[in-house]
Design a protein around this ligand. Structure first.
Ligand code: NVA
Length: 366
């Protein structure tokens, strides 16, 4: 029996990875947690249902580009099993008219050492998304005797999990920024809620973004669940829609992070990096002024890269400024055409989940 699952950070040499699929993807109906996350001028506001088939096919083509690029470098690729996402769902606590997708895996699966944990997402439409990964989890379980197959405590997602009337169409960008600065988000603290893409793994340290998708109770839960690790909350006051850390604060190798220039960490949160001589550099400007159509994310998916090892990184093919910066930072850059997969939930890092990287749990902040 082989060791299949192992990953402690985002830069050690990648050997096995999950890449999402766009099949049957849905723009979900509005629910308490989602209104806040769809930018007010987005063409997606008020719209829901299956995404157009041509965009699904094109998104899948892009993901195939990524699969080929990593397979060419000897990385084993696993794929989820999509469900028919446009089905109504219910639990004893809520009903929702639809699910969403199995893109991106990074939001759902968190790999820490020999454990892959399914997250505790705050969107009701994502409640059953983990099912797409269960066939892979069973396979890893059968083949790797040390693999820990885990599900985080499931949030109930009753109305008590959300602030009511938090969202108001008339709220200005400035008012949103005040909310972010005040750490005032749409979720309450009645239970731990978190998206795996808010967790940045750096060996002994977990840096977790507190924002619209992950609350403070989740951080307390993480610290108790992993007593041997150190959990650090991060806030980025410049982000009016703080969702997922991987277009904001992205490590390339030990000692080097690229930081979204519009989203610097809150006061005091860089101290640990400075004290350990890490370089935190502003990321290059995105090559685009707008995200593609029907996309939830910002143009900053430009920095959402997939590091294959401490000197090799995949960057989206049209993101020429980011490629140039990576090159200057001493990385070998592999461009992959993925932009038409952005609308399904993100860039290169989002579209993947780690299964195996070489290396162990190091202390980068002694
Ligand atoms: N919420 C982020 C994307 C995270 C992958 C952004 O839109 O910039």
């Amino acid at each position: 029996m082989a060791k299949i699952v192992n990953s402690w950070n985002d830069w050690d040499p990648l050997k096995r990875v999950i890449v999402g699929r766009c099949d049957n993807s849905v723009i979900p109906p509005e629910e308490p947690a989602t209104s806040e996350k769809v930018p007010v001028d987005s063409e997606m506001r008020g719209m829901w249902g299956l995404r157009p088939l041509a965009t699904v096919e094109r998104g899948n083509e892009c993901l195939e580009n990524l699969v080929k690029a990593v397979e060419d470098r000897g990385v084993v690729v696993d794929r989820p099993t999509p469900l028919q996402w446009n089905q109504a769902i219910g639990t004893p606590d809520f009903r929702n008219d639809s699910m969403m997708t199995c893109m991106p895996p990074r939001d759902i699966l968190l790999t820490i050492g020999n454990e892959i944990m399914a997250s505790a997402n705050s969107f009701r439409c994502r409640y059953f998304e983990y099912l797409a990964y269960w066939p892979l989890m069973k396979q890893y379980f059968d083949e790797d005797p040390e693999f820990l197959w885990t599900q985080a405590p499931r949030p109930r997602l009753t109305d008590a999990s959300y602030k009511h009337n938090y969202y108001d169409e008339k709220i200005t960008l400035e008012e949103r920024l005040v909310r972010t600065a005040n750490k005032d988000f749409v979720t309450t603290e009645v239970e731990p809620m978190w998206d795996a893409a808010d967790v940045m793994r750096m060996g002994k340290d977990l840096f977790i973004q507190h924002g619209l998708t992950t609350n403070r109770t989740a951080m307390e839960w993480f610290q108790r669940y992993y007593p041997e690790l150190r959990v650090h909350a991060m806030n980025f006051p410049g982000d009016p829609y703080p969702i997922h850390i991987d277009a904001t604060f992205v490590p390339l190798r030990p000692g080097l992070i690229i930081n979204n220039p519009n989203r610097h960490p809150a006061e005091g949160q860089l101290a640990i990096f400075e004290a350990n001589d890490w370089q935190v550099v502003d990321a290059a400007q995105p090559a685009h002024t707008e995200p593609p159509a029907l996309c939830y994310s910002s143009v900053w998916l430009s920095m959402n890269c997939l590091v294959l090892d401490p000197s090799t990184v995949i960057v989206e093919a049209s993101e020429v400024n980011q490629q140039e910066q990576m090159d200057k930072l001493g990385m070998n850059v592999i461009p992959v055409d993925l932009r038409d997969a952005y609308p399904f939930g993100g860039g290169l890092h989002c579209s993947t989940a780690d299964v195996y990287r070489e290396g162990g749990c190091e202390d980068y902040f002694p």
